[in-house]
Design a protein around this ligand. Sequence first.
Ligand SMILES: [Zn+2]
Length: 242
Amino acid sequence: MKIDLHAHLEMCENSEKVISNAKSVLIVAAGVDLNSNKKVLEFSENFENVKCSFGLYPIEALELSGKELQKELDFIEKNKNKIIAIGEVGIDLKESDNLEKQRNNFLKIIELAKKIDKPLIVHSRKSEKEILEILEQEKVKRVVMHCFSGNFKLVKRIVENGWSFSIPTCVKRSEHFQKIILEVPIENLFCETDSPFLHPDGEKNNEPKNVIESYKMISKIKKLSLKEVEKKIEENFERLFF
Ligand SMILES: [Zn+2]
């Protein structure tokens, strides 16, 4: 079974249709705030091929008071048995330069991930180095770097820490992600669409069925059959998430 490790189903134009277009794909629906966490939970309860991950997008979290943030964290903790990971979470220094508050929020999320023993799916736009320092300092063990755009010194450090990457479908036209596939052992790779974003051909409305594009690129670069790639990534999934 193919796995789309990161999709925003609630942001897709016709969520039910994109789920049924991808019946043979296991989709991990990622929330970004309290409302979307509730929606992804519903998808996972209504569709057999959907699992969910609760998140708190760093920019949205900046707007929250301490009390509101705690409410979001409590909701995650309360539903810990229904989720397979915490994400999308992280730090974004492209949209905001408030590193201090983002770092504090991220630290609270890391603390929760340790407490409920879940892997993190991490967003690190223009904050790759800062994120790595925090994750290393906090000795976080289970991490997937989603859509990682940092340099290859950092890529190497991520592998040395035993963490993983999820390769978005825009790898079809991105040398950067192709190079990540080349440099990183297959044991540290996953595939994702980030639907409805990052369409493989630069169009609108990406959807989970397109995750095949990431699998194809891994198959081509690693010189493995599609079946072998599928099997390897399924093993990675079992090892990291369960
Ligand atoms: Zn995302």
